[in-house]
Design a protein around this ligand. Structure first.
Ligand code: AMP
Length: 175
């Protein structure tokens, strides 16, 4: 299946998880094998087996682990606070209301490792910016950021570019 056809399967769900949010539901894409395969291949085309694939909890895990496995690369989870069992570093980031925290294991990547960072949706950019910060603090080199979908009205790309102008960001669909 062509990637554009696969992306058309992403479904808008108004007012979820709260009033005013238009939720981008990727489950119809995931449950279609040809579509899931198409987007996995597209993500994987930005890396090779020497690249570590990092994914952000929870939906970033789905794509990042599939991509890592297809390339024979390692997968590194970036998790919400309190989930990782070993020594970790934390980064706080702003949400629409309040703050949240992401964490990564200190030994998740070797020093200077090339890391491809994957998430499903780029909205305000806070989540991806925090994930880049974590990877860099443990010695990784974020070579590219990939998102399935970008909500352009929220200026997440600009926010990430301000802090990390050298890191390319690619999203497959802009809404
Ligand atoms: P942000 O930090 O604002 O860029 O938010 C990105 C994170 O929140 C991603 O991990 C997404 O899974 C999730 N997210 C934010 N907005 C949406 C949305 N409208 N639909 C689905 N997921 C979203």
């Amino acid at each position: 299946m062509h990637i554009d056809q696969a992306l058309q399967l992403i479904r808008d769900v108004p007012n979820f998880p709260k009033p005013g949010i238009l939720f981008k539901d990727i489950t119809p894409l995931l449950s279609n094998g040809a579509a899931f395969n198409s987007v996995t291949k597209e993500f994987a085309s930005f890396a090779d087996s020497s690249t570590v694939i990092a994914g952000i909890e929870a939906r970033g895990f789905i794509f990042a682990s599939a991509v890592a496995n297809s390339l024979g690369s390692g997968f590194v989870p970036i998790r919400k606070a309190g989930k990782l069992p070993h020594e970790s570093v934390s980064a706080k980031y702003g949400l629409e209301y309040g703050v949240d925290t992401l964490e990564i294991h200190k030994d998740a990547v070797s020093h200077g490792a090339k890391v491809l960072l994957i998430d499903d949706v780029l909205a305000t950019g806070g989540t991806i910016a925090a994930a880049i910060d974590l990877i860099q603090r443990i010695g990784g080199d974020v070579v590219h950021v990939l998102a399935l979908l970008e909500i352009s009205g929220l200026s997440g790309r600009q926010k990430i570019n301000e802090t990390y102008p050298q890191i390319p960001i690619t999203s497959f669909l802009v809404s």
